[in-house]
Design a protein. Sequence first.
Lengths: 431, 557
Amino acid sequence: MTDLSAVPLVESGCVEAPARRTIPVLRERGQREVFCGLTGIVWLHRKMQDAFFLVVGSRTCAHLIQSAAGVMIFAEPRFGTAILSDRDLAGLADANDELDRICVELMARRPDIGTLFLVGSCPSEVIKLDLAKAAERLNAQLFPKVRVLNYSGSGIETTFTQGEDAALRAMVPVLPQGDAAQLMVVGCVADVVEDQFRRVFDQLGIGPVAFFPARRAAELPSVGAGTRLLLAQPFNGDTVRALIARGAELIQAPYPLGAEGTTAWLRAAALAWGVTDQRFEEVTRPLIDRSNRALDRYRPRLAGKSVFLMPDSQLEVPIARFLAREMGMVLLEVGTPYLDRQMVAAELDLLPEDVVLSEGQHLDRQLDRVRAARPDITVCGLGLANPLEAEGLSTKWSIELVFTPIHGYDQAADLAEVFVRPLERRSRLSV
Amino acid sequence: MQLTLWTYEGPPHVGAMRVATSMRDVHYVLHAPQGDTYADLLFTMIERQDKRPPVSYTTFQARDLGGSTADMVKSAVAEAYERYQPKAMLVGESCTAELLQDQAGHLGQTLGLPVPVVPLELPAYSKKEHWGAAETFYQLARTLLADRIPAPGTVRTPRAEGVRPKANLLGPTALGFRCRDDVVEISRLLGELGIDVNVVAPMGASPDDLRRLPDADFNVCLYPEVSRTLSSWLQRTFGMPFTKATPMGVNGTRAFVAEVAAMAGVSADPVLSREHPGVASLSGSQSRLAWYARSVDSTYLTGKRVFVFGDATHVVAAARIATEEMGFTVVGLGTFCREFAREVREAAKLYGVEALITDDYLEVEKAIGECAPELVLGTQMERHIAKRLGIACSVISVPIHVQDVPARYSPVFGFEGANVLFDSWVHPLVMGLEEHLLQMFRDDFEFNDGAKPSHLPAVARPAAPAAAPAETAIAAPVLNAAPVSVAALDARAGEGVAVAQTEAEPVWTGAGELELKKIPFFVRGKARRNTERFARERGLAQITVETLYEAKAHFGR
């Protein structure tokens, strides 16, 4: 399963891409049971602790974020909502003044904040409140103490994890230019995972390595002709394209989920850096072995079990690849909110021949298919989990896959365990 | 535009969802963009509902905005009817769809479905969740009762001799506070009086049940935030009176029983003959609260400072219970329900405090910090505030979280509800006799400052949470290197969160500090706070043993 030669590596300019398979995709439209891009704030604000995210939206937006965050554990959080009222809708000029007032007051109260993200929402998009202009106005007042950026996390334009893409995309224009050779890892990963990857890159002699985003929003990595991009998350397509427009080059690779995925991911970077096969083997072999030892515990529990992934986090394709290839699970349907082929090209090649891919959602019809297939595990959002459990179907809620560190060798077994737990629990209970 | 960090209420369409989800055979089509489905998880996760809320969303996207959004409403309504076969439909908009002006409700009506389609217009930019619930409940009932409305001036036929009186229980909803068990408790109480329950709504009711509402003699307006609009309309239109008393606490329940008995024209004796106000024994009431509060163990509850915040119905009742039935002192009272500000202001007058009418979490946090209460009765939001300040807390109102939907029977209304309240308010405080023992044995190695009461999550906190330092500016006086104790946390709580100590603070002398340590640790925080305030107000640079006792004499215990 970890035979490296079996993993097709695609790296622009180095290895020739194999002919792509065309996988048929079931496209559906209808009710979607997914979060909007605002939800990304929940993890973005934990990652970049010097940033504040101000949603310009409605009470619904505020309610969504606090509900998605689960519990209100933070005293004064580094996110908030400027709630539009009737008066703001009546006159946009006033709305702009109001927004400026709120931002200036907020920044005066939070001297620890260095970057303020103005986050657009469905209502602010519909009334065409120009947050780019607002950011410009506010920068004139607040920069350089506070840098004001803007992006849209609205549900009419973004799905769940796309909010991260939009936030990072907004940072690209302010990244300093630097053409020196470097590896840039794109996408939020847990700090512990970032540290692990840094150690491995060091051992491989790959560097300098920049993570984007960094732990502080103010620490902006440079970008330029010498920058090679390695993607940690599959949902940052717009950011990647913006980085490429600034001279960076994309290293095509699967995502670092599972031992196999992580190896392929590192190998793509190693190839680009001219790391010898021997060195790569020396560094990764012990890590692969350890990862596999941990995975071996869970393989018998998952092998042969069926899984249905409903569209949500956009991690569905790489996770399906991991579950099928490394854990031996049977994929019934792999749903994804949208299919960005450029982002998942290397992943699609690794999916089983007969995989059923679906893009978009018509919730009721998809639930009909779930009920007909009766999967051993259904990956779905929190709104659906209990109702499906009550129909006798085990579930894994997809938000856990976003909030839990699952990338890299030492988290591969954690990722597997996330799927073992509901089965284990069901087998324990006899009430 | 209002800056909001946490919100007490969702938008009005979430109120509509609460009504729809509470009922049977109702389906709600919501014209809304992707993302608004988040509200489903409130029901399936917080309340562990085992079915999806009966809500379909149109899920329009940016590319639909040019023109086809209206068609999406029509097809969503038609599809939802086809699939779910409801007996009534609600069609409305969330905040974004309201801006599109598709008039979703009207579109839904034009489809000619064989069931009533109720258009909901819930202004998302001026109204909130409770208003939305009340309006939805009213609009739905009004539509279903349209053909039963009597001509103006029609006199209600009196109940025939020998027929048992009937009442509706109005207001219990999904995601309400303990509604499930309150309904059981109140139904039992009415049963003892010989009153039948005609319809409980919205919880568990079908559209057919709503059509039967006028069959009752009167309405029990159980949760006015949700049911007052409809109750008033039923009174105006069908001449049905509705109750005003909140059956919470022993006295509240007695008053409620008297009120419904009078409304139903029956004797209150079956219930009230077992109630003996002022009798200090177990036989004084059907609720143990009455005796427990009088038992000597409860002496230590005397004058405990409580801060009450939540929805109007629960805070007005809780403040009364705290005062009359527990012997606490209400030091703060407020609500986020602006529609009920008048009621809460009137109640606040009784306790000599100014009502806090706000939906700004930071303002509530500031008020709690300034009041330095020993117990907070609030919502999940106040639970977090209290936890951070190291103050005991009990949740008495929405917004709720998963632990407010307990598996066990735990109403807050009726006599059993009073028992539940006694337990849940007293347990977070140091238990009575235990407090004396702690004082007696305070020099014992097991009862020193470091040995915190093990049963107290709210008090026995080791230190401020890890997330706090960066997020809050707690100005704690650094007096010595003593470990952070309960007393120190109390002291901080007293400072309030936003008090910046820029003025020169009085300094404790060594002897003063030593004397302070002789005071039992669970009141030491208050003593420290009072003494420092005393010194500050008098411009004293130093706090000596004498200052400590001067302050004690000034403030009393």
